[in-house]
Structure formats: structure tokens, C-alpha cells
Design a binder for this molecule. Structure first.
Ligand SMILES: C[S@@+](CC[C@H](N)C(=O)[O-])C[C@H]1O[C@@H](n2cnc3c(N)ncnc32)[C@H](O)[C@@H]1O
Ligand code: SF4
Ligand code: SF4
Length: 274
């Protein structure tokens, strides 16, 4: 396997009301339905395309310089690859200089490579689903797709990374994960992810819990101002440390299980009206 893990970056960084990273989510439609999937990915899942209005909200909220990172996930981004290519083109036309990461299961390798190649700044890379790239815990991707992606990575080192082996206890991953023992459930602590902007028009605090509608995660709407969204993100991080983690420790629960099954026991973070 030629793919390497991406190095983790600092958490919770906000500069002039702009987030260092933002996830973009068009719904959970997918060509797989992994037993552990945090977002309940499925062929019959939801999908709504990226629009200029949605991308403008991302451009107001994320750092626009080289430190900024926009992460397209889902669902499976290659199912609607032309929309992703158009979205990246629009972000670049509007002056976005940061990185773009595409989270993909790699099955539609050709389309994934078209997305990477489309970026005029050459700053779009991919991150592959660990299970589908290795066959540990899910059926592997077709051999031809894997070979195509491996060849591309050899020719363009760093263009395609592989995701983490750890499974968090979130979404469909809460109870029934049937993966082999080599995939640990190292989910005791919250990873303090950056938030998500959904094409349904919401800023949600957690990419792993994006299908969880609890008010604890609602950072704002598509027309909210960037100051309100960034303040609410910081309020959420404070709540994670001061309310959520003490509860998880006291009840000896994995962090994500608290979010999926116990939020009715916890107060909502102190959000501002944006
Ligand atoms: C939700 S998927 C969406 C993008 C694409 N379909 C894929 O699988 O890469 C994004 C990432 O979340 C990871 N993921 C899904 N469920 C997970 C879980 N329970 N714990 C940790 N990571 C998970 C996937 O392996 C993938 O790397
Ligand atoms: S982890 Fe990715 S490939 Fe698997 S079902 Fe979820 S969205 Fe689809
Ligand atoms: S603990 Fe909650 S906020 Fe943190 S990753 Fe898990 S679901 Fe998301």
C-alpha cells in the first residue's frame, strides 16, 4: 500500500472569525453502506448539490489563505463529481487559496482523479476510506481502481492519503461494527473536529454526528454571519471540555456514545444568536 496517513493539524483554530477548516456535506448518498458509517451512507441516501449560495457561505467562514482547508465528504463525492469540479472552480474564481480535501471510497477512481486534476492551483488531494482501501472491515474496492489510485500516488506523491483505522462510536458505528479486531474503537475522547456546512443550509458542529439533529450541534444557518458561527463553534468546544467530557468520564462512556444517546441529559452550549 503506497498511501500514507495525513498528519493531524491543530484543532479549534479561528482567525478573524474564520475557521481554519470547514467540512462540506451534500448528504449521505453513497455507493456503499459500511456497517460502521457515521453518516448512515446508503445508495438511497439524501443528496443536494453545492450551489453558489452555499459556497459563498463557506467563503465567508473559512480562512481564504493557504492555511485554510475545505473538506468535501458525504456520502460519496464521486457520485456527483461534476458538481464537485464546478464547486472547486467557483471557489478558486472567488479567490480561495487554501487546500481542498476530497474524502472518497475510491471505487470511482477515474472520477476521483478528474476532481484532483481539475484544481487550477493543484492543491486538491484525496483521503481514502481505510476499510475500502485495505479490505479490513468492508469489501475492498475493485482491484483496477486501487491500481489506478496507487499509480497516481506514485507519480504525484502526497496526492492521495489514507484515512485512520480507528472507528468512532458514532452513527451506524454505535452498535453493530463488525470489522476485524485490527480496527480499534479508540473513541474514548472527542477528536474536536472542525464543523460542517451542509447543502441543506446548516452549520453543524460535528462531521461525525452530522445526521444528529440535536440542538447542541446547531451553530447557525447558511445566512448567519461569520462572527456568530465562529463564536458558536468556540462555545461548542468549551462545552465539550466543560460539560461533555466530564459526563463521559463520570459514566465511563465513549465520547461519541454520549452524543448519540445521552444529549438529553446535557445542557445546550451557550450559543449567541447569529
Ligand atoms: C463518512 S465517509 C464519507 C466519504 C467517503 N464515502 C469515504 O468513505 O471516505 C468519511 C470518512 O469517515 C470515515 N468513517 C466512517 N464511519 C466512521 C466511524 N464510525 N469511525 C471513524 N471513521 C469513520 C470513513 O472511513 C471515511 O474515511
Ligand atoms: S463510510 Fe463512506 S463509503 Fe462507507 S457508507 Fe459511509 S459514506 Fe459510504
Ligand atoms: S464526541 Fe460528539 S462531537 Fe465529538 S466526534 Fe463524537 S459525535 Fe462528534
Amino acid at each position: 500500500m503506497v498511501f500514507r496517513e495525513r498528519q493531524p493539524r491543530d484543532k479549534g483554530i479561528v482567525e478573524h472569525d474564520r475557521l481554519m477548516e470547514l467540512h462540506l456535506y451534500p448528504g449521505n448518498q453513497c455507493n456503499r453502506d459500511c456497517s460502521f458509517c457515521t453518516v448512515f451512507g446508503h445508495p438511497n441516501g439524501e443528496y443536494a448539490e453545492y450551489t453558489f449560495e452555499h459556497l459563498d457561505a463557506a467563503l465567508r467562514t473559512v480562512m481564504l489563505h493557504q492555511q485554510g482547508t475545505l473538506k468535501f465528504y458525504g456520502g460519496e463525492p464521486t457520485l456527483h463529481h461534476q458538481n464537485v469540479i464546478e464547486a472547486i472552480a467557483y471557489l478558486r474564481q472567488q479567490g480561495y487559496l487554501g487546500a481542498v480535501v476530497i474524502y472518497s471510497n475510491g471505487i470511482q477512481a477515474e472520477r476521483l482523479l478528474q476532481i484532483l486534476e481539475s484544481d487550477p492551483l493543484g492543491q486538491t488531494t484525496a483521503s481514502l476510506n481505510y476499510s475500502i482501501a485495505t479490505g479490513e472491515g468492508a469489501p475492498p474496492m475493485p482491484r483496477k481502481s486501487l491500481e489506478q489510485l496507487e499509480t497516481y500516488e506514485v507519480e504525484h506523491p502526497g496526492a492521495i492519503a489514507i484515512g485512520h483505522a480507528d472507528i468512532v462510536d458514532s452513527g451506524r458505528g454505535v452498535d453493530p461494527f463488525t470489522g476485524v479486531a485490527t480496527r480499534s474503537q479508540d473513541s474514548a475522547r472527542c477528536p474536536h473536529c472542525y464543523p460542517v456546512l451542509t447543502t441543506s443550509g446548516k452549520f453543524h458542529a460535528c462531521p461525525f454526528a452530522v445526521e444528529n439533529p440535536a440542538p447542541h450541534f446547531q451553530l447557525g444557518e447558511i445566512h448567519s454571519n461569520a462572527t456568530g458561527v465562529s463564536q458558536n463553534f468556540q462555545a461548542f468546544l468549551h462545552w465539550l471540555d466543560s460539560v461533555h467530557e466530564p459526563y463521559a468520564v463520570k459514566h465511563d462512556l465513549p465520547a461519541c456514545t454520549v452524543c448519540w444517546k445521552h444529549l438529553d441529559q446535557l445542557p445546550i452550549p451557550t450559543f449567541v444568536d447569529e
